[in-house]
Design a protein around this ligand. Sequence first.
Ligand code: G3H
Length: 255
Amino acid sequence: NFVYFLKGLSFIAERIKEKFECEDVLIIPGNSDRDETVKKQLGREAASYLRSCLKNGDVIAVTGGTTMAQVPKGMPNLTGYEDVVVVPARGGLGERVELQANTIAAELAGRLGAQYRLLYVPDNLGPEAMESIVNEPGIKEVIALIRRADIVVHGIGGAEEMARRRGLSESEIRRILENGAVAEAFGFYFDHEGRIVYSTTSAGLSVKDLKNIRKVIAIAGGSGKAPAIRAFLKYHRPTILITDEGAAKKLLEIE
Ligand code: G3H
């Protein structure tokens, strides 16, 4: 749209900030749906924002996904964060190993010279198995650490894509979509109005805990993700949304 072209990305960022009441919105030029280097740039921006608000002693919780996988890659090797602990926000959600929160947590800790703790709880366990695993002392301790995270860095995905990628059954996928799900974050699925319509059984952080966290950094781009980003922003106002031009323009169009 010509007005946006003239007024630039900071104008668009201001509009999104106002509409969704985010504290901050950062927009990378381009569209990560068409250009992989834009996703790398999203990761670098998230890494640099994370550094700007990180204090020694903080606990950082991270989620998984292809966008989040770019965050450690965009972080330089640092020192001085020996007392920072990086943890996955939740247990396994069924992603490929290189996209799992555990992997990203360990890589990020490596870059920061920080510590990490991992959570090995498979997703979608039955209630009894879940109950007994989360009460194991070692696991309980990691979950407690996750729950007291100071900073969360997370991705947002489209509901159908994420449900398929995480290997949910056809009948579950149908049920999620029939309930109007358009977005997924932290294993929770949201409809257009930002209502939770489904959640995967997994241990760790719940989206309900986000309001108690000092900094919530949401990172998601690509024009195709605009409906998902919009839905998630209706549920929770992150401290900062780091997105790209493709998603940002679409976000204002559909609003
Ligand atoms: O929960 C959201 C997903 O992890 C986003 O995954 O960055 O690969 O689209 P993605």
